[in-house]
Design a protein around this ligand. Structure first.
Ligand SMILES: [Zn+2]
Length: 65
């Protein structure tokens, strides 16, 4: 008799390997570096803001506009 590994067990292991999972939608977070430029009011200098975000199905629509 062959012992079958359950799908849930495999999924759990995959999630543990790849990173944290969103408890709301169940998607594995994708780390993303968002860079936005900001023009300062004085002069012509441009400031860059770097922001690290974790993307899952809950917020991907807000990020990939
Ligand atoms: Zn989510």
């Amino acid at each position: 008799m062959a012992k079958q590994q359950s799908f849930a067990d495999k999924a759990t292991k995959a999630a543990a390997m790849k990173g944290s999972k969103c408890p709301v939608c169940g998607t594995i977070y994708q780390p993303l570096l968002l860079v936005s430029s900001e023009r300062s009011k004085v002069g012509a200098s441009v400031k860059f803001n770097e922001r690290r975000v974790q993307v899952c199905k809950c917020n991907e629509k807000q990020i990939y506009v």
